[in-house]
Design a protein around this ligand. Sequence first.
Ligand SMILES: C[S@@+](CC[C@H](N)C(=O)[O-])C[C@H]1O[C@@H](n2cnc3c(N)ncnc32)[C@H](O)[C@@H]1O
Length: 416
Amino acid sequence: MRFFATCAKGTEGALRRELSALRLHAVRGERGGVSFEGKLEAGMQACLHSRVAMRVLLELGRFPAGDAASLYDGARALPWGDWLTDRTTLAVEATVRDAPALSHSGFAALKVKDAVVDALRERLGARPDVDPKDPDVRVVLHLAGGEAALSLDLAGEPLHRRGYRAVTGVAPLKETLAAAVLSLGGVDPGLPFLDPMCGSGTLAIEQALAARRIAPGLSRPMGFQRWPAYRGGPQSAWDRLKEAARAAALPRAPAPIVARDLHPKALEAARRNLAAAGVAADVRLEAGDAREVQPFAGQGTLCTNPPYGERLAGRLDGEGRGEGAPREARRPPGEGRRRERPGGAPEDRREAATRRRKLEGLYRGLAEAVLRFHGWSAVLLSGNPQLERSFPWAPEVTHRLWNGPLEVRLLRYRIP
Ligand SMILES: C[S@@+](CC[C@H](N)C(=O)[O-])C[C@H]1O[C@@H](n2cnc3c(N)ncnc32)[C@H](O)[C@@H]1O
């Protein structure tokens, strides 16, 4: 069987390393993910152990599909009866690129759904129902350059939903991106760790899970558990994998992990998320300004995702609202549209200049604090080039990543 694990752009290298470490076969990095081969169990392993993968897809077939008719015919010829019955619900999700005759993904998904339903009706005399919200089987169509690839999604809910995010906090990193930052930044799970601007705690939680070798997929259901092939057959493969994963977990993180933030709401979100992730005893939470932080060990990693700027207005002194809150909320009624005028009103420009100065001050203070951590490494996820300018020397590693639609840079410094 051929699988394709998807991940955020820029994190393919980290995912390839993970899947190779699981000793999966034919592991190959591609754009947006990594392919590998094996039995269904190999896909289960990726779901259970990968910290970086977003989804794990089992490829059922590839065929030329230049138009709706060839998409329907190709899809109908696949062995759907092996994976669905007339009593399983399904949903089809499509991504379409460079397909002039099939540019609407909803239409392409509909064609595939028709093909699956018709194929099963012919074989079983009855058809399965569609449930777009909570299907038993998720069918994924990827159509690009005249070729269709049809797959089943083993994970169901995307794998970044580990099940521990009780509270979102301000501008949280996706769990999978946080794990990729740790991996690409070369963070040693056995050494002390500090996130001085932890927000909802994602980096510290992912560090604690890695340090304790807790498989990220242990505490959540997977999509394949609802597949008829799984329900009808022996469940031992998944049970065995989970049992082995539980046995490999360490009772405590081997080194201290500290998460700090200036904002009480962020700390409260982090506290609840840590508890939900089962790593509350491994992470010390501290209230305080990142600019005043001091090293608590001779070596370790300071790893953080500082505010990017624009969207954090009013938060840089730690007094404001959440990053996601609309800035207009602070304006008197009726003044919200002023910002849209070219150049902006004078008070808007003044406000923007003040914010910029505050951010520059924050970055300078953070850089000064980082430079106190002799013998440590610093891994920063930067969404603003000003952060890099605040350091007296160039990072030893830079890596381009995407935090959703935002291009960001991972910077790694070694502090002599
Ligand atoms: C982009 S968010 C971090 C998000 C976090 N990585 C997560 O996954 O939830 C930046 C955080 O920096 C915090 N912050 C801003 N200024 C700070 C300062 N001077 N000292 C400490 N924390 C600060 C904010 O409260 C916010 O939680």
